[in-house]
Design a protein around this ligand. Structure first.
Ligand code: EPZ
Length: 424
């Protein structure tokens, strides 16, 4: 398998363009099932997960036309199957986002259970309970969710016991075509959820409370939607990762095409660690200090500190002055990067869902293994400052959610390259 090799110790400079948001693209691609007409999406990120979900729509019978790596037109008028097979869903658990729209439009569907992943069990009980509340009959057979609502879904009052991004998105899409009004209480408020709401509104669905934790969706009673062209919002996690790259290498770099308001929690943390920022329109320049201060982190739902930035800030904490405590509250196993970072010379101890990090005077390059998407980026960040070469293996994790990471980092002056599997 290919791996990335990084020669540490080089400063970064210049600017990098941030791509479209993976986690906004996925639900929006799924929502196009609610239309029988063409929908054109632009500013899609050129990452594997997007290709996988679009491939799933193709397998359901949709007609897909790629204009380039960042833009595609999807026509779900030709969908002739409502079965999302294990082969795809097991590759990308966010495929579960087709459940709500398929059920709402066709009245029945079969979607493979997504199963867990490295960071946790990732159950979908809240999705299923909410759909039952809307009148669906749900059964689990042979590893598949069988969902039926032959007369369509009914609007309902849904109170989520836990804030769930995917659950909110599935019910938003189900409620869009339901008969009557659906209220989601304790809904997620991530920018990606907000863009899904805005896209559904632009396609003809009335939604009240956008951006709040209580959403009210006025269903069209199975009347399918007409979407205008959709430009995906910037990826706040990709952006946060590059800000951490600037901070960890003590380099002034600029990010283009970002929305700083989506990054407030990460920017706030970096400011507390001593970084300064110039934010002009959709550009952010980071000016890091010579010595980063240690601060503590607790991951929580938006607008709090994002769990998807936990691993990256852990890498940063390795070289910040003092002790750092990181508490991971959303996922039960999102510290897989700890043992790999310790292989590079970090001093990180784990106690349940709490990590304590003591400053390491230096890191030394080694072979390390990526375990999940964001953990992989943390290993890259550490490699940027480790002495000698760091080889990051199993980079298929990275390619799921980071667009051309080695190309973008090389463009900033990092010494990073991909080593092809058959070349040693
Ligand atoms: C989304 O996952 C993101 N993925 C994740 O990003 C992100 O980490 C997560 O939200 C939290 O912000 C996409 O948007 C594609 P949840 P999702 O449902 O929707 C529990 C990345 O790196 N839960 O908000 O799956 C669940 O186990 C990825 O880009 C239930 O118990 O997350 C978790 O503990 C990783 N039952 C918590 O809720 C359910 O039915 C939050 O999960 C659903 C969720």
């Amino acid at each position: 398998m290919d791996y990335l090799t990084i020669e540490g110790g080089y400063k970064l400079s210049g600017s990098v363009r941030i791509g479209g948001s993976k986690n906004a693209s996925l639900p929006i691609i799924a929502s196009t099932i609610l239309s029988q007409e063409k929908v054109t999406l632009t500013n899609l990120p050129d990452v594997v997960d997007i290709k996988t979900l679009i491939k799933l729509l193709g397998m359901l019978g949709a007609n897909v036309e790629y204009h380039n790596s960042y833009s595609a037109t999807i026509n779900n008028g030709s969908i002739n199957s409502t079965t999302a097979v294990y082969e795809i869903v097991s590759q990308m658990r966010a495929s579960i986002l087709v459940l709500g729209p398929l059920l709402a439009r066709f009245g029945e569907c079969k979607v493979s259970l997504p199963g867990g992943c490295a960071i946790g069990q990732r159950p979908i009980n809240l999705h299923l309970k909410a759909l039952e509340k809307m009148g669906a009959e749900i059964s689990i057979e042979d590893g598949y969710v069988h969902a039926k609502a032959p007369n369509g879904l009914n609007g309902a009052k849904i109170i989520f016991d836990k804030i769930t991004v995917g659950g909110t998105e599935n019910i938003l899409m189900a409620g869009a075509l339901a008969r009557g009004v659906t209220t989601i209480i304790n809904s997620a408020k991530e920018p990606e959820v907000i863009q899904l709401c805005e896209v559904l509104v632009s396609a003809g669905v009335r939604i009240d409370g956008i951006g709040s934790s209580e959403l009210t969706i006025y269903g069209t009673n199975r009347k399918t939607l007409s979407f205008p062209d959709i430009a995906i919002i910037p990826d706040r996690i990709e952006a946060g990762t590059y800000l951490c790259a600037g901070a960890i290498t003590k380099s002034k770099i600029t990010l283009n095409c970002v929305n700083a308001t989506h990054l407030r929690a990460s920017i706030d943390k970096l400011e507390s660690m001593g970084c300064e920022f110039d934010i002009i329109d959709d550009n952010i320049t980071i000016n890091p200090p010579n010595e980063l201060k240690s601060i503590n982190f607790i991951t929580t739902e938006y607008p709090g500190f994002p769990t998807d930035m936990q691993a990256q800030f852990m890498a940063l904490s390795i070289v910040s002055d003092g002790e750092t405590i990181i508490e991971e509250r959303l996922f039960e196993n999102r510290f897989m990067h700890v043992s790999e970072l310790n292989r590079l010379g970090a001093d990180i101890c784990l106690k349940g869902n709490i990590a304590s990090i003591h400053k390491a005077d230096e890191l030394n390059g080694a072979d390390v293994m990526a375990t999940d998407l964001r953990a992989s980026s943390a290993l890259i960040l550490a490699g940027l400052i480790a002495n000698g070469k760091t080889n990051v293996h199993r980079i298929y994790h990275l390619e799921r959610g980071y667009e051309d990471l080695e190309g973008k980092l090389s463009g900033l002056g990092a010494k990073i390259e991909r080593v092809k599997a058959n070349k040693k």
